[in-house]
Structure formats: structure tokens, C-alpha cells
Design a protein around this ligand. Sequence first.
Ligand code: C5P
Length: 399
Amino acid sequence: MKQRNKRVLLGITGGIAAYKCAELVRRLKDHHVDVKVVMTDSAKHFITPLTMQAVSGELVSDSLLDPQAEAAMGHIEFAKWADLVLVAPATSNIIAKMAVGIADDLLTTLLLATPAQVAIAPAMNQQMYAHVATQDNLATLAKRNIAIWGPGQGEQACGDVGAGRMLEPHELVQLVLQALSPEAKVLQGKVVTITAGPTREALDPVRFISNHSSGKMGYGLAEAALALGAEVNLISGPVSISAPCGVNLIAVESAADMHVAALTHAPKSDIFIGCAAVADYRAATVAEQKIKKQGDELTLTLVKNPDIIADVAALAVSRPYTVGFAAETQDITTYAKGKLTNKKLDMICANDVSKPDAGFNSEHNALTLFWHDQQQDLPLTSKKELALTVMKAIAEKIK
Ligand code: C5P
């Protein structure tokens, strides 16, 4: 018997990113996903129901109290039709309404009536996203197992820069396909601990040694692990991006702090991923007072930091599947394989940071995955998509 197509109910709310929903629907249909669209009144200021009707091939619903629409498909029937309800873009307003369970239009009513998995793609000004009210509401939704996809970082329609952009349609499509696939929650019941970002090694009360790591790859991995059903500990050095809702964020500064946190969580984890750019050295002594300018030269004595991932991989009991990263500028294969062996890892993800369009601060990356007996090239793509591929590859190995 032929299986029916998967069904997504797309709820569009009133954000500028609504214009991307036409592309989102087209791409979902390319993957044989049936899409019905519900729009709030404010969404219609940003994209017309006619456009959404044309791309979805279905009448667009927008009213709870429309006898004609109810006769065609009642709102409860609608709620039961979906395999997944995706609210994209999800404004701070709809997030607040969902958090308290308001049902004052078709979309909010459907959201209470649906037995399906619900996902939201937040999109708003970065200040609105960072507001404690929005963050509290998102935490409430995460506790109810509502998947929170994004937001992305970057330049916003209002000119601000920061967290609050809706994920791009192709990224949302990957997450939808992931959520709809039968083996979607391949990491359900697993604990994943990830280190991310740079470390800061203090020289005195006002200065430190650090590096350019943005944390994007590690944060992307945390989000991907969550999407695959894992419980996630994210041990992060100082970064300017916000953690995905639903992760257990452990904020640290120095390699020593990260080492303690990693060795606390690793033995309770199934998977440990060292994605942090850990400083190799720290000051032998941290000056208690600000170091004063003296002469033309200043000599600092640095001592080696512990190798966090090597210590995790060396755990005699409760050792998690251990995955490292290697950022290299030359001889990638040789150096990556050397680290895989020397640090006794199970897998290493290597990237060429000499390329201008990939690596440290970029939104994109390309990786080669190495195991002791195998390797796999992952071409240049967004860090979020890449993260999902990497997490799936790891999940495959620990099955
Ligand atoms: O030796 P290198 O820094 O190139 O190795 C990179 C890998 O080792 C990454 O997975 C990184 O997170 C981890 N690492 C670590 N502790 C260190 C240095 C690197 O966990 N002190």
C-alpha cells in the first residue's frame, strides 16, 4: 500500500520574514510534503493569502468563525490533519500567546487542539528576542516539548544585528524532514555534552588571551542534538550568540573551568563533542592588579592547559563516544588523523580554516569526518545543516 504524504500545517504570523514562507512551502512540496496554510490577520500585511494559495495549491485559512471554511474542514479536523504544525515566522506575540494558552483566532485555537508535534521558528528584533519575557515564554514552550528552531543570527530587516532572524527556508525544510521521519528521534534518551566557543585565559583583572571562535558550530551541534531528541549539556566559553532553548547551558571562561565542567558531565553522557577552541596555554600566574606598562618588552610565562578532550577520552569508566574537531590550515588529513590517534578519540571532524568562506566566524563550513577505519567528506553548507549531518553520523555509530 502506498503511504500517504506527510502533512504540515504552516501557521504564518505577522513578521517580515513571512515573505520567505512562499519559498518554504515550495521546497516542502518538492519533498512531497502536503502543506496547508493558516495565516493570522497581521501575517496578511506581509504576504498575501493568494500567494500562499498559489504555492500550496490549497485554500488558505484565516478565520475561526467562517461558516464556509468550517463546513469544508472544521478547525478541530484541521488540527488533527497535521503530522506537524510549524509556526513560521513565530513573532514574540504568538510565542507569548502559546505560552499562556490563549485561543483567540484560528491559529492559536489549532495550536491548542492539535495532537501533532509543534515547532516554531522565532523571528523578531534582537532586543525583543533577548527580552526576559520572550526568553521566559520560550523556556515554557521548550518544557512542553515544542521544538524551537532558531532563530539565526545576523543583520535584521530593522537594521539591527543579532539573534532573531528566522532560519532560512532550506534550513527549516531539513528540520521539518527530520521531525517527520520515522527515525527522527535517533538520540532520544541519550545525553550529549558539547564544548563550544573560545576560552579566556586571564593575564590580570582586565586582560586575557583568547581566540576568534564564534561558537556557531558547537551551538549548531547542540541544536541538532536537541532536534534528534537528546538531552544536551552545552559547556560554552564567552560568545555573542544565544544558546538554543532547551539546552543545559554551562557558561565557563577559562580552559580550567571548562575542564572541570567537562569531566563532571562527560561520565554521565553517551556522547562528548569537543568543539571548543580551547587555549593551549594560560598565564603561569595571573597578576592580582592590572599589569603596568614597563619598558619596551614584556615577557609572559605561559603554561600548558589540560587537554580536555584527551582527558575525557581517557576515562576508564563511563567513557562517552568522544568526538573532536581539528581546525587546520594545511595537511588536514595527516594532522586530523594524528589527533584522532593521539587523543584516543572515536571520531574527528576536520576543517580547513585557511579557506575564506568557511571556518571560525563564518555561517558556513565544510568538514571531513575521520574514524579510525573510514572517512566522509561533507561539502560546504550552512553550519546548522552541517551540524545535523554530523549528529546523525554520530548517532549511526552509537546505535
Ligand atoms: O590539539 P587541538 O587543539 O588542535 O585539538 C582540537 C580538539 O581538541 C578539539 O576537539 C578541541 O575542542 C579539543 N581540545 C581540548 N582541550 C585542549 C585543546 C583542544 O579539549 N586543551
